[in-house]
Design a protein around this ligand. Sequence first.
Ligand code: F6P
Length: 343
Amino acid sequence: MSKAGVLTGGGDCPGLNPVIRAIVRKGLNEGYEFTGIKNGWMGLIENDTVPLDLGAVSGILPKGGTILGTSRTNPYKKEGDLKKLIDNYKKLNLEALVVIGGEDTLGVANKLTKDGIPNIIGVPKTIDNDLSCTDYTFGFDTALNVAMECIDRLHTTAESHHRIIVVEVMGRHAGWIAVESGIAGGADVILIPEVPIDIKEVCELIKKRHSRGKTFSIVVVAEGAQFKDKELITQEEKLDAFGHVRLGGIGDRLAVEIEKRTGYETRVSVLGHIQRGGSPTAFDRVLGTRFGVKAVELLKAKKFGRMAALASNKIIDVPLQDAVKELKTVDIELYDIAKVFFG
Ligand code: F6P
């Protein structure tokens, strides 16, 4: 019987468990056996594994997060970690490794295909939807729907109090969650990292809206959005193992400016990790299941160094190295649609 490893890394997101379940269910049918690696790349550095059998994946389809645990470990960061990781991988006697992750985790996977673990298959995960070569990553739809529901709820309180509410959403350096939740939730202004914020224009849009009788507005801002000619707003100076800053705080800055310039009372709601938690939507459960089944097909065909992907609603596979080459940012045509409803 062939044995493969399964690992989930980076920020957790809804849909990870449906992928794990699909890999194990399909793989067992195909004569594979699976070892779960705990907590992302950390599990290989520390040799922390669990058997992934039928019992382990029973009942996990609707569960958020990941039964394997995760971490933002970068094995290329600390001296000695890479060697430990490769040595432990060899000891496990695995034929291949299925890596479920976003830009950072799959970036490491791609490097490892050249540095000692050639038999890797990638599965694209992230609420940010910023991985190239796939129309969608799983997790995004759930985050989007959570954000939309929050925007709906904020509408009623903003309207009752005649306030502006600034809603700060996640997404790192891509504005997918902001633009799609903003369109779906009927936001009056949406601000994304791809387009620098012109605060004068934002306030004019709000004033224009209020001049036609409206007494409240909803402004959705992506955490990575930036004022023109100003620095990115971050929570702390410290970088994570992949060199990323921790974003957050743009909502507060924006609210202060809007209140000062328009005179309207303005409040902020930062949605944060609520967007990442909880049960996956049907879309994410189905997409995760399709990706998981595809990963096993790639395993069987020994198509290593490839990533399962969605293209025009078909599941395909693409070179892992292409998927991690550059971030997939918001399509400006989509932003133009959002702009029709501004003000
Ligand atoms: O990449 C997913 C994501 O939720 C981003 O949208 C966000 O910037 C980041 O992770 C938050 O990371 P952490 O969970 O480490 O605070």
